[in-house]
Ligand binder design. Sequence first.
Ligand code: HDE
Length: 728
Amino acid sequence: MAKTPSKSSQKNPKQTQPPRTDMPALEGDYLTTNQGTRISNNHDSLKAGPRGPSLLEDFVLREKITSFDHERIPERAVHARGAGAFGYFECTKDMSKFTEAGLFGKPGKKTPVLVRFSTVAGSRGSADTARDVRGFAVKFYSDEGNYDLVGNNMPVFFIQDAMKFPDLVHAVKPEQHNEIPQASSAHDTFWDFISLMPESTHMIFWAMSDRAIPRSYRMMEGFGVHTFRFVNQKGEGTFVKFHWKPKLGLHGLVWEEAQMISGMDPDFHRRDLFENIEQGNAPEWELGVQLIPEADEHKYAFDLLDPTKLVPEELVPVTVIGRMVLDRNPDNYFSEIEQAVFHPGHLVPGIDLTNDPLLQGRLFSYTDTQITRLGGPNFHELPVNRPLADVNNHQRDGFGRHTIPKGRVAYEPNSIGKGCPFHAGAKMKSFVHFTERVEGHKVRARSESFGDHFSQAKLFYDSQSAPEQEHIRKAFTFELSKVEIPAIRQRMVETLMLVNKELAGAVATALNLKVTKGTEQPSPANPDNSPVPPNRATDTAIYDDEAIQRPKTRVPLPKKSPALSMVLSSEPSAETRKVAFIISANTPAGEVTALKKAIEDAGGAVELIAPEVGEQKMGGAKVNVPKALNSTPSVVYDGVAVFVDDKSFANPEDLGHALKFVAQSFKHCKTVAVSSISKKLVSLATMGLADKAAPGLVPAGAKPKAFVEALSQHRHWERAALVKSLPA
Ligand code: HDE
């Protein structure tokens, strides 16, 4: 029988998990209509005779089809494609000196969370592995109300002011005349905009780096991006920057691999998150903060309010204050992920805003967009959005209202309701805004302190390891070679000149362009006589407010910041890495068993792949094979062990699949193990390149430990130079 819905949908002080559903699950014995009337036949519509016309009076059919017709809701204007999971945040450091927020107050205190990861540009059905920024939105269901940290996997943003957001999004979305390309920034309008917006230079370097093609959501950092404020019980403020650091380290895909996955497993990241949580590999992040005293607001060479700048960890170290574990998949993606609402203005006492002009604009946008997306102002009543804390106010009615307020009173002050609910005074843990003194001229302008657009881009590029720099160069070349208008390509190369001349030169050569000098305010080059757009730098009104007392000497940027590099800041680990074992009837079973054990002991996982799925013989053993060679690409694995030879396959097509699998794995710098029978096949697949020793190539007879060590390196980028000529 169906469960009875809980009586009160608002107040549930004993609840410690976010509400999962307000409706009984489909556990009843009989199908019913939405009115609870039992349905006798769910296969046939009501007709005048078995071959006659359908009747309009068929309320069962009409109700079912009406419901279906309205199943889709508008997708998010940005971040439409995403995946989410539930879990908890555990405070590990008492931060009450800086913030009165209860969730950061006591080591051991656990707060339930929902996280939604997303891409930005693509629509809801687009592929997970597009080159893009990833959203990293966390909802803390805290005792003091819901707190949302709606961040990204990159610590800076493309623009400095909310005014430019619709332009940025229109530029990156599919072009309006033909709605092409889907989920890709490699097209003219995006680069036209970027090349005319020098403030985007820092972020575009992040977007061209491997951060934009993560191996897994579980292997990316998250950032609050803006500078926020902690406020303690005395009302004292401290600037704060938020960082999520993944336990599994930071890892990216190879660009070619990412493109292939887009076709072969467009749900790659969602699947990876879902499967790992199901298998008990709950992903985990540390939450770190950079704290900056109010008195140091103007101490640095950049402005803390400028969202195109980060605070290097060399200047302000990251202090870890908690950990987050995601251990529960949603029961229903639509109800719990699609309908989830995140908002940078969902704040709790102790966490406050700053005057970052991008953040300020966001505060308006996130409520406004939900009204269209979720059909009215009552989205906070949907189970996934409902706070665990009590909700008491006089807001009433509107589309989709669930709460049934009782009594006569819907106003304050009142005497009929005995004055309830009352204002919560400052001592009652109510939200009191940080009393920041603000004065200034009313100007539509930007602060002069937002003016340096290149130093941090240079810091980012200079801090990368050599393979990461090469990936950035290749990404610029790839994206710009898809741009059709030469003037746009030229302008972008000029911008690159302002960051790194060698990089600009290499990209220019690859695009058959000439490099010009690169000046602080470049005017657009115009090699093909296209109309010259207005000078990009003079469009923004700069206003130097002399009332702001900035110290004459300010702390400069470090020359390098290793924390900005994924390679330099990650420890080797084989945990949760997925390895393909290609097997057949003549596979040496003993070798398989030994390697499988070593991988699993290190926390990795093995999947058997053979020409056919199902139970079959492998050497002397009987095994169950979950994946078939013809439908399983190499790109969804971290490494491969080849337990077949060129005579293993009855069907030559399977030999072709195996050769392709090995060639791609080798080309994408993955760990490849050769077994006692596969030397010839691996040699054929790699055009002889694997005949000699190569990084990450584990020869026949090597100890299983050698494979595990190689696998924990993630990729063997040193191999890239060797495999250039291999076809994909
Ligand atoms: Fe968002 N953003 N954004 N954004 N954003 C949305 O809100 C917006 C910005 C971010 O998983 C929308 O509910 C404006 C920065 C994430 O549901 C929308 C501006 C950062 C998500 C919106 C920004 C973000 C969104 C679309 C500039 C990183 C997905 C649907 C002023 C700090 C949250 C929605 C989820 C979603 C507006 C800039 C992160 C339209 C106007 C900077 C992670 O309201």
